[in-house]
Design a protein around this ligand. Structure first.
Ligand SMILES: [Zn+2]
Ligand SMILES: [Zn+2]
Length: 257
């Protein structure tokens, strides 16, 4: 057997490390392999912003800063009372957007673990922490599942459930029809696009009955998808639904650029 000189072997290993060294999904800087999280660098994590205050207690949407402690929220004022609490880890801008895109469109499956770990740190009202036991993901269409190989929301839901000692139950919700991608739609069209697109399979209904279900998605944009899923869960007998997403689009911030 040909002995490869140790120096050459080390140099080769070093070169491989250089070629395949993990780089940050956002800034492309090398990420030290000693860190447990090899997807995003520490600098980029530090750039992620929590949702801005003042925000609505219930939905974390922006509310005007004024004396009245409980103005009717522009975002959640008309939602069913059984939709209890909406929370997101970060504002959907630079770094979170890169992460969401990497997971969703670039096949960067490994991004789900650090993303869901951040979601697991979200603080919830006491009743939500105490009651919400089942974690359900927004289902994707069969076509998208075939194309992507995984449902990004289901990966986040699994990580979030593990990180918060809840039970991941992706089978509790299914997509009953394909829908056009929401991205190009006006907010008013989004609700119609996803209305009745989800349901709880009849054989699963007994599991959601009376439960406070935690719904997980990657991004909250207008809430149309999450609300359509919530309606399906409530119709099947769930008592309450809360929603956790990794990022949230804040239109007020988008307008400011
Ligand atoms: Zn970075
Ligand atoms: Zn609200």
């Amino acid at each position: 057997m040909l002995a490869i000189p140790r120096l050459a072997r080390d140099a080769w290993a070093g070169a491989l490390d250089l070629v395949f060294a993990p780089v940050c999904v956002s800034c492309r800087a090398p990420v030290p392999t000693t860190l447990p999280d090899r997807v995003v660098c520490q600098v980029c994590w530090a750039r992620c912003r929590p949702l801005p205050a003042p925000r609505c207690d219930r939905c974390w949407g922006p509310v005007p800063a004024r004396e009245d402690p409980r103005p009717k929220c522009r975002t959640c004022g008309d939602w069913p009372a059984a939709v209890r609490s909406i929370r997101s880890a970060y504002v959907m801008d630079d770094v979170p957007r890169d992460l969401v895109h990497a997971l969703k469109y670039q096949g960067w499956e490994a991004a789900a673990a650090p993303m869901s770990a951040r979601m697991a740190r979200i603080a919830w009202p006491r009743d939500v922490s105490d009651e919400a036991r089942l974690v359900v993901a927004v289902p994707t269409s069969r076509a998208r599942l075939r194309e992507r190989g995984y449902n990004q929301a289901a990966l986040l839901a699994a990580g979030f459930a593990a990180g918060t000692e809840r039970v991941a139950a992706p089978e509790l919700l299914e997509r009953t029809r394909a829908t056009a991608t929401q991205t190009a739609l006006h907010p008013s069209e989004r609700r119609a696009n996803v209305a009745r697109a989800f349901s709880v399979p009849a054989r699963q209904a007994p599991r959601v009955r009376g439960e406070h279900v935690m719904l997980v998605d990657d991004v909250w944009t207008t809430g149309a998808t999450a609300l359509a899923c919530s309606e399906a869960l409530l119709e099947a007998g769930a008592r309450v639904v809360s929603v956790a997403t990794f990022a949230r689009v804040i239109p007020e911030l988008e307008r400011l650029g």
